[in-house]
Write a protein that binds this ligand. Structure first.
Ligand code: ATP
Ligand code: MG
Length: 724
């Protein structure tokens, strides 16, 4: 087929022209519902929208460039997303010197070039689940972490920038052959925004906190053509995951202090969050001896020619990866080989990613091995294992991403499953080994299906398949007599204290602070580390890790941005009603009873309330404390309550506080004196000062009466009546 733009003869299955990079796909995306329509059709055959402007650049609509599942997710939950604080990374991208290019090319040709640039930018952004918030004429503004929260928003923004930049360099190369110089520059900054109204076209109103969005735009303006510039706040979040070059401080209009800036150069050595902790120096492993001994026992069973599968399950940051890391280090020290696969947080949308890493490990391929060398190694090793594998070489090369078809099906194919079963059995039949799958909650679907095949093939080998994951992931391969689950609990009080002592030191000035951190972090080692790191970074602590002292008294413990992003992402995975109920509960307090929650939620006696409450218990947000006289619940983790509270806007919180006060007045009418100070607190938080003052007086009167009552007992007087 010939390219319609440059007439170059292209390969039969080419999707883009090999000479000018133009899209060869004869389709047009509907600007309203994002359905793909054949080119030439005047109206969308899915929703009836006019397609006359869809192929052009004049009326760009973000929906047309956004994958359908993302459009649906945003539009179906938008009322739960609007009006929330979110930690985000903002990316600006822009064509350099676009006026000059436009003038040279003429309107029509320029339009086509720009279309291709947008296509590349949008593909990169969507691959990492960012949303385009605005087309800026010859560029875009994209958000990662809003409207739907992502705990790794900064990494996603950097991956998107790198992936788009690579494609753009290739496209610019093709244009250069025609004497045209195209280059794009990008800027990224991370911070907080308040999500406003989300329009039908996915455009989101937002209020940037501080200079969050302005700084990203400024980074883009300062970036050299063809480069990506980051602020320090983004650089800190992605340290080690990417190769960064410190390009010095810059002054900015409207910002008093100079801002350190970094150029994004490529992918870094760090693969997981734990690698990052290792860069800072891993804290000493506290506790977990029982768990390690248990794992040793299962390994012994596996090696006695009876392969086993272990799932280590626990909440984010509880220490699953760390426990497994300690275990596999022990295995290696004893001479048991370990194959590791780490699922990166953006990996769920990249087909075959995890299984590719596993295969690379099996074939001993270093990251910089050339495609030719990979082909040779794979062929040699497969044939050495079994001559019958000759026909499987193309499949394995495909899995490794260097096959001829360039196709990457979303699901595992039957051929891949058959190959994996045989390959794994031959690999592991006669020697002991551990196959370790880290952070499996982020595995892509095709890899997951192949892990299922492996899990079923483990029996009768000498392999231990060890995986760790968060509770929200429910693998299809759990179960069977060779499967064991280890539910990892938060650290106990003594172990938490020990960890904190290791991190902070034992200076007397830290006693009160330590107690507050312990109460807040609820035994989570990750949260504990993050709180201490944030305190040190803010200058509240002086000295160094393990030997700090307090610099200034701390009024309120700030919430680390990393923890906030992680927990908001977890909350955003809830359905609209459950999320709403969680937010209402967070306003009531860390502990609450069912009648008050029901009253304030406005869901009444209906099933909706029961269903939402059920979800919040199943997903381990709430824990039932007591059933009688009325069911009482508590937030399972104190920080979830804090995040769910803080992410709501003040206006909404005020309304809910007022509703809580009203509900307490109604439901505690027989014990109002006892609840007076709590009711006063909610009226105060709702901004109703008059009501608050009234209830405070009542509370004070009750305290006075109790004192009189206590004294009065000695004088044998009757206790004062309840002053409700
Ligand atoms: N028992 C422990 N003693 C000391 N530090 C620990 C312990 N467990 C975990 N940590 C530290 O806490 C941090 C978080 O641990 P880890 O990454 O293992 O959590 P995780 O459960 O795997 O979280 P995620 O679900 O996000 O993958 C790491 O820096 C780790 O070194
Ligand atoms: Mg982990």
């Amino acid at each position: 087929m010939r390219c319609p733009h440059c007439r170059h003869e292209t390969r039969e299955r080419a999707r883009f022209c090999g000479a000018c990079g133009a899209s060869l796909e004869s389709s047009v995306t509907c600007p309203r519902c994002a359905a793909i329509n054949p080119r030439g059709q005047r109206f969308c055959d899915a929703c009836g929208e006019s397609l006359s402007s869809a192929g052009g650049a004049s009326e760009r609509d973000a929906r047309a460039y956004t994958p359908r599942y993302l459009v649906e997710r945003i539009l179906t939950t938008r009322s739960a997303l609007e009006g929330e604080r979110k930690q985000v990374s903002v990316l600006f991208a822009d064509v350099v010197d676009s006026m000059r290019l436009a003038e040279r090319l003429g309107a029509e040709e320029w339009h086509r070039v720009l279309d291709r640039v947008f296509e590349i930018l949008c593909a990169g952004i969507h691959r990492f689940e960012g949303t385009i918030n605005q087309f800026t004429g010859d560029g875009v503004m994209a958000l990662f972490g809003a409207p739907v929260a992502h705990e790794d928003h900064a990494q996603r923004a950097c991956h998107a920038a790198l992936s788009a930049m690579n494609e753009l360099h290739a496209y610019a190369g093709a244009l250069r052959a025609r004497g045209l110089e195209l280059s794009v520059r990008m800027g990224i900054n991370s911070g907080e925004v308040v999500v406003g109204k989300i329009g039908d076209d996915l455009r989101m109103d937002y209020t940037a906190q501080g200079h969050c969005v302005g700084l990203a735009a400024r980074m883009e303006q300062l970036a050299a053509p063809g480069t990506v510039l980051l602020t320090e706040s983004t650089a800190q979040l992605v340290e080690g995951f990417f190769a960064l070059a410190d390009v010095g401080p810059r002054s900015m209009k409207g910002v008093s202090a100079e801002i350190r800036t970094f150029e994004l150069r490529g992918i870094g050595p760090r693969r997981t969050r734990l690698d990052g902790s290792a860069l800072r120096g891993l804290s000493r492993l506290i506790g977990r001896e029982t768990e390690l001994t248990w794992l040793d026992g299962i390994l012994a069973r596996s090696i006695a020619s009876n392969g086993q599968v272990v799932g280590v399950i626990g909440e984010a940051g509880v220490g699953k990866s760390r426990l497994c890391l300690e275990f596999i280090q022990r295995c290696r020290a004893r001479g048991v080989p370990v194959h590791e696969v780490h699922c990166p947080s953006h990996g769920a949308t990249v087909p075959w990613l995890a299984i590719r890493e596993l295969m690379r490990g099996y074939f001993g391929l270093a990251p910089d091995t050339s495609a030719d060398s990979i082909r040779r190694t794979v062929e040699q090793q497969l044939l050495a294992l079994d001559a019958g594998f000759a026909s499987s070489v193309p499949l394995v090369l495909e899995i490794l991403g260097i096959g001829d078809s360039g196709q990457r099906p979303e699901r595992a194919t039957p051929q891949a499953a058959t190959f994996m079963r045989r390959f794994f059995r031959l690999q592991s039949m006669s020697r002991p080994g551990v196959l370790f799958l880290d952070d499996a909650h982020w595995i892509d679907r095709a890899s997951d299906e192949l892990v299922q095949v492996i899990a079923a093939s483990v029996r009768g080998t000498q392999t231990l398949l060890l995986a760790n994951f968060r509770p929200e992931y429910r693998p299809a391969w759990i179960g069977g007599s060779h499967y064991h689950q280890l539910a990892l609990s938060p650290l106990g009080e003594e172990a938490s204290r020990e960890l904190l002592r290791d991190l902070l030191g034992s200076d007397g000035s830290l006693d009160e602070l330590s107690a507050r951190i312990l109460e807040r972090t609820g035994g989570s080692p990750f949260f504990t580390e993050e709180v201490v790191t944030a305190l040190a970074a803010s200058g509240s602590l002086l000295g160094e890790r393990g030997a700090y002292r307090l610099a200034t008294p701390i009024e309120t413990l700030a919430l680390p941005a990393t923890v906030q992003a992680l927990l908001t992402a977890r909350i955003d995975r809830l359905g609209e009603r459950a999320k709403d109920l969680l937010q209402v509960a967070a306003v009531i307090g860390k502990q609450f009873d069912e009648p008050v929650l029901r009253e304030v939620s406005g869901l009444g006696d209906g099933q909706d309330f029961d269903a939402a409450l059920g979800v919040l218990q199943d997903e381990e947000f709430f824990r039932l404390v007591t059933l009688s006289p009325k069911p009482e619940y508590t937030f399972k983790h104190p920080l979830v309550c804090e995040v769910a509270y803080l992410s709501q806007l003040g206006e909404r919180r005020a309304q809910v506080h007022a509703a809580v006060a009203t509900a307490l007045e109604k439901l505690r009418s027989d014990r109002l004196g006892e609840y007076a100070s709590l009711i006063a607190h909610h009226w105060e938080a709702s901004g109703m000062r008059f009501e608050a003052a009234r209830w405070k007086r009542r509370a004070a009167l009750r305290v006075a009466n109790i004192k009189v009552g206590v004294r009065g007992v000695g004088r044998r007087r009757a206790p004062p009546p309840e002053n409700g």
